[in-house]
Ligand binder design. Structure first.
Ligand SMILES: [Zn+2]
Length: 67
C-alpha cells in the first residue's frame, strides 16, 4: 500500500496516524523516514511514555495530524 509507512530503524510496518504525526511534529513536516514509537524514543533519548504524553498534548491542542 502506498500510504503504508514503516520504521526506518526496526522495519515495523503500518505505523499508525499518531505515530506518523508525532514524527512530523518532532522531526519536521517534510521528513521521508519515520520511526515507530519505540525507535523514536531511543532516537530522541527519551521514554516511550514521553512520546505518548506529547501525542496527547498535541491532540488536546486539536492538531489535525492526530486521531
Ligand atoms: Zn522501530
Amino acid at each position: 500500500m502506498k500510504n503504508s509507512k514503516e520504521c526506518i530503524s526496526c522495519g515495523k510496518k503500518n505505523l499508525d496516524k499518531n505515530t506518523i504525526g508525532i514524527n512530523k511534529k518532532l522531526l519536521g513536516e517534510d521528513i521521508k523516514n519515520y520511526y515507530c514509537i519505540d525507535c523514536l524514543a531511543s532516537y530522541l533519548g527519551c521514554d516511550v511514555e514521553d512520546i505518548y504524553a506529547k501525542i496527547e498534548e498535541f491532540k488536546s491542542e486539536g492538531c489535525k495530524l492526530f486521531v
